[in-house]
Design a protein around this ligand. Structure first.
Ligand code: HEC
Ligand code: HEC
Length: 453
């Protein structure tokens, strides 16, 4: 975008941001804003109805529950697998925070998604399915294990600073006999999901500019996906490639692919498992119990309620001089073109606690072409291999406090916020180049601002 246009746009946005910085933005989740620490990610949002709060606690128990393979005597917790990646949701989403790459024997929360080469939407592999499961019930072999190596890339900033970046390259051992496309994904933090769901579709779609009519070099495309929970086509809002429309859709897919548990939305008790050997294993379904599934529709709703009613962390030091300077830089160099600061949730949202809130997620929830450096070979349901959904930035400054490590971007490659920004390419190339040209103090202010979110 021409510099003048950028400055005019910034003047407007910055004025908005500056006035907001003083008031609203202190409460990024509106009435659902909680404490300023990582415990906010797990805490119940203030304002949630008391009865719903009790149900949300049941949802929490299901999110943290350790499942076991069938059969067991009690039947209440069985049905895990036969192929699975983890025994509980919380294993990959520790403290509702971000997952990490498995390195040096520690860290967890990453999966390998699969597709057949050359397809323009994901097509399951005939033997391995949609995802590599690295664990299995007794009597069955896991599909394989993830092996990672890192390619190193060095970036020189204009002030002479060298930054060492890494790009993970994943393989499966043993290697499958026929060709397969692998895609490494870390678990995103689960922040403000109910509020994101409560943003009217039209508000998100109105930001899309797929043909780049305004000529600012940034397009932004809404993902259209089919929602099993809604029973219709809907805007994709969740996941790195905006592949899921609702929290329930994403959770049901997780039960199926990550834990091997059936729900009314993914009714196959074998989960993501195409082979005969796997399909012949015992399962945890009981006619007449739990809608006949391993996890009932009611239980799935409780998990979705739990995730939709967590508080959004309050900002830390939002009015410190360096943070305010960083916020100004963020707008001036064009970050806000995709990381859109604010939204209003719908007045008619199904849950009164989520309705009519001014929120500050720092995302437009649209897909952007982020260039070849971030692309992998697997397309999304409605996303090219190089297209990613702008991730919300609220709570991002609590990453290390929440989980002890930092792993940003879809495959966890970035170990610092600066690394994450330096990987930006494609539509974000210009903004990224402005970061490399920033004076040191402004770059530090930009990072400090991100840390305050
Ligand atoms: C083996 C690790 C793993 C387990 C177990 C797991 N997840 Fe996830 N989760 C992920 C990954 C990876 C993603 C990102 C997927 C993508 O975008 O392609 C994700 C994404 C999500 C999202 C979308 C968040 C967003 O902001 O876009 C939700 C919601 C979610 N998981 C809920 C659950 C629930 C509920 C369970 C348990 C039923 C669960 N997860 C179990 C790894 C896991
Ligand atoms: C063209 C749109 C666009 C612009 C402009 C943009 N970003 Fe991003 N940003 C994205 C997308 C898309 C991702 C996710 C990419 C991925 O995971 O591969 C992302 C990821 C990030 C992340 C990591 C988030 C996470 O959860 O891992 C940070 C931090 C970030 N951006 C900050 C910035 C800053 C600071 C700027 C300005 C210099 C900026 N972005 C400009 C689209 C954009």
């Amino acid at each position: 975008m021409p510099r003048l246009l950028l400055m005019t746009r910034c003047l407007l946005v910055c004025l908005l941001a500056a006035s907001a910085g003083a008031a609203d933005e202190l409460h990024p989740g509106g009435a659902a804003t909680g404490s300023a620490g990582p415990e906010a990610l797990q805490a119940t949002a203030p304002g949630l109805d008391l009865m719903l709060g009790l149900d949300a606690e049941l949802g929490r128990a299901l999110f943290e529950k350790l499942w076991v393979p069938a059969p067991t005597a009690t039947r209440a917790s069985d049905g895990l697998g036969p192929l699975f990646n983890a025994r509980a949701c919380v294993n990959c989403h520790p403290g509702n925070g971000r997952g990490h790459l498995p390195e040096g024997g520690q860290g967890f929360g990453a999966v390998l998604k699969l597709s057949q080469p050359g397809a323009d939407a994901p097509i399951p592999h005939p033997v391995l399915g949609s995802q590599v499961q690295d664990r299995a019930a007794t009597g069955l072999r896991p599909e394989g294990h993830m092996a990672l190596r890192f390619e190193r890339v060095s970036v020189r900033l204009e002030d002479g600073t060298e930054v060492a970046l890494r790009r993970p390259v994943a393989e499966i051992t043993p290697a499958p006999s026929d060709p397969v496309t692998l895609a490494l994904r870390v678990a995103p933090p689960l922040v403000g999901l109910g509020l994101i769901e409560a943003i009217p579709e039209a508000a998100i779609r109105s930001g899309a500019d797929p043909e780049d009519r305004d000529g600012d070099g940034i397009s932004g495309r809404a993902a259209n996906v089919s929602s099993r929970a809604l029973g219709q086509e809907a805007l994709g809002r969740f996941g790195w490639k905006a592949e899921m429309a609702t929290i329930a859709d994403q959770s049901a897919q997780a039960f199926s692919h990550d834990l091997g548990l059936s729900t009314p939305l993914y009714p196959d008790p074998a989960g993501d498992c195409p082979t005969e050997a796997c399909r012949a294993m015992p399962h945890g379904e009981d006619a007449g119990l739990r809608d006949g599934r391993e996890v009932s529709g009611a239980a799935l709703d409780l998990v979705a309620l739990y995730l939709s009613s967590r508080s959004v962390p309050a900002r830390r030091d939002p009015t410190a001089a360096e943070v305010l300077r960083g916020e100004q830089v963020f707008h001036e160099i064009g970050c806000a073109a995709c990381h859109r600061p604010g939204f209003e949730t719908g007045a008619e949202a199904a849950r009164p606690d989520l309705a009519g809130q001014t929120i500050w997620p720092y995302s437009d929830f649209l897909l952007h072409d982020m260039g070849p450096g971030l692309a992998d070979a697997r397309p999304g349901v409605d996303a090219a291999p190089g297209e990613w959904r702008t991730p919300p930035l609220w709570g991002i400054g609590l990453t290390r406090a929440a989980t002890g490590r930092e792993s940003y971007l879809h495959d966890g490659r970035a170990e610092t916020l600066l690394d994450a920004v330096l990987w930006h390419g494609g539509e974000a190339r210009a903004a990224r180049d402005r970061v490399t040209a920033l004076p040191k103090a402004d770059r530090a202010a930009l990072i400090r601002f991100l840390e305050s979110l």
